[in-house]
Design a protein around this ligand. Sequence first.
Ligand SMILES: Cc1cc2nc3c(=O)[nH]c(=O)nc-3n(C[C@H](O)[C@H](O)[C@H](O)COP(=O)(O)OP(=O)(O)OC[C@H]3O[C@@H](n4cnc5c(N)ncnc54)[C@H](O)[C@@H]3O)c2cc1C
Length: 218
Amino acid sequence: MKVELLSYTPEPDRVVAISARLCYSKIGISELAEKLTDDKIKDLLKKLESSGHLSPFEHANFTFGIEGISRVTSHQLVRHRIASYSQQSQRYVKMSNGEIVIPPSIKKNSSASELVYNLNDMAMSVYNKLIQLGIPEEDARYILPQGITTKIIVTMNARELLHFFNLRCCLRAQWEIRTMANLMLRKVKEVAPIIFEKAGPSCFSGPCPEEGPCPLKK
Ligand SMILES: Cc1cc2nc3c(=O)[nH]c(=O)nc-3n(C[C@H](O)[C@H](O)[C@H](O)COP(=O)(O)OP(=O)(O)OC[C@H]3O[C@@H](n4cnc5c(N)ncnc54)[C@H](O)[C@@H]3O)c2cc1C
């Protein structure tokens, strides 16, 4: 899988801090950025988080280009509603290469891998034959495996990303979306180190809300 940070709000940490300062200050907007040191930004962002005043985090946006994830994972991703998505269409684009994501549990089992590769070859062969028979791509795609790869562009603001990382960097999330979320987190940490300082699964910044088994729980 490939995750790129295509674009983002310039100086995201500062933009969030300026928005926070505006709410609690008498000074004019042009003066809000003055004397805003990294320590002051950290302090302001910490106050926002502890008070639950999270709307200033919505002013920082991040756009990712993601390739080579399965349709299983893109389906999980698009359940996050406070975001914008553009996904490669299976109605208009012929799925000619039939590349699929193979989960590690299948990859390490040679008999399971053989079954999956054979079924994928068969599915792709039927898909191509359906198209030769004049069936439109949008109908032929019904027989494609869920593991088939896709490309998607995603835009989320920092508030939604913090929530997304809480859920999807968690060891309870499925391995593929967790891998993708961790790659996204690594990218945004480079450009917004204060906003995302404690980002990650819920247990990084507070109590774990999950009831299920977790290797991190004693
Ligand atoms: C480990 C795990 C297992 C899961 N298993 C399943 C499953 O078996 N079946 C299944 O269907 N889904 C499952 N999901 C998906 C899950 O139910 C959510 O749809 C998904 O995680 C999106 O998160 P969200 O709804 O919190 O947030 P987002 O859509 O990212 O929204 C962010 C926040 O905005 C608020 N919000 C957004 N829309 C509304 C709204 N309409 N009304 C009120 N508040 C809103 C909520 O506070 C929400 O938390 C699973 C998710 C995880 C992480």
